[in-house]
Design a protein around this ligand. Structure first.
Ligand code: FE2
Length: 264
């Protein structure tokens, strides 16, 4: 089974790039299931009904999240809807809206998708990601699963590498998101888990992590609050990884797919 994971889709320009690239890529590479990192998908961060619909229409099957997932009330409603294929990090405490994992029923088998936040820089109140993922895997140990994919939304590559080895042999893939810069370390670990520290963003190249570069530099220079804005047109890098999962649930390969596309 071929599973494509698309890195942080940034704002409308990122969604338009997915619309331009994904349908053809799915056909060419015979991709069975598509997961996207959704937390920045709606302009101004968060998720909206419109952005989810647009991405479903383009061919995305499942949406993972992050620290920005809760920014829009309608996004929170969607997180709370069990029928929506949308999750947020599992290690938020208590009564946080939504779920941290879901099983997607597909023609190719049942796919467990788990979302975790890294610990460093994300707040001391988070539950421990390693203990949380252990509990989720234990809860699902009797499920017949074709694949299990973990999205680790984290700042530190050291955490991301460590969790890859921690889960090696127990899940099909561990993919990193959040930092919006692709790392060049995609590989299948010895136990059969595909891993990359960060897939990178699907957002404008001429930007600072997706935001207009002038705004970020100005803010840094003058230390004054200013409104973020996102380029509307330009070259976008579609950043993704394609994981080929065998019938034993282990990864046979992971390939980084980076495609530049012009959004007018
Ligand atoms: Fe994030």
């Amino acid at each position: 089974m071929k599973i494509l994971y698309i890195g942080d889709i940034v704002a409308k320009i990122g969604r338009r790039a997915v619309g331009q690239v994904l349908p053809k890529l799915k056909e060419e590479r015979q991709i069975d299931f598509v997961i996207a990192q959704s937390e920045n998908m709606s302009t101004g961060n968060g998720i909206s009904k419109k952005s989810i619909k647009e991405m479903k229409d383009a061919g995305v099957d499942f949406f993972s999240g992050g620290n920005h997932s809760f920014k829009k009330p309608e996004g929170v409603d969607m997180l709370n809807d069990p029928s929506e294929p949308i999750i947020r990090p599992a290690n938020y405490p208590g009564k946080t809206p939504g779920r941290g994992w879901k099983i997607a029923e597909t023609p190719f088998g049942r796919i467990l998708v788990i979302n975790l936040l890294g610990q460093t820089f994300n707040g001391p109140l988070l539950d421990h990601p390693l203990k949380v993922v252990d509990a989720i895997l234990e809860e699902n140990k009797d499920e017949k699963l074709a694949a299990t994919i973990v999205d680790l939304h984290a700042d530190l590559t050291s955490e991301k590498v460590a969790i890859g080895f921690y889960l090696d042999g127990r899940v099909s893939g561990v993919v990193g998101s959040h930092i919006h810069v692709s790392t060049a370390d995609a590989k299948v670990l010895p136990g059969g888990t595909a891993h990359i520290s960060d897939v990178g963003m699907t957002g404008p190249i001429d930007s600072v992590l997706g935001v207009k570069k002038e705004i970020i530099i100005e803010k840094w220079l003058n230390q004054l609050p200013n409104r973020f804005d996102w380029p509307k047109t330009g070259i976008v890098q579609f950043s993704s990884v394609l994981i080929d999962v065998g019938s034993d649930g282990k990864a046979r390969s992971i390939e980084q797919i980076l495609i530049n596309t012009e959004v007018n």
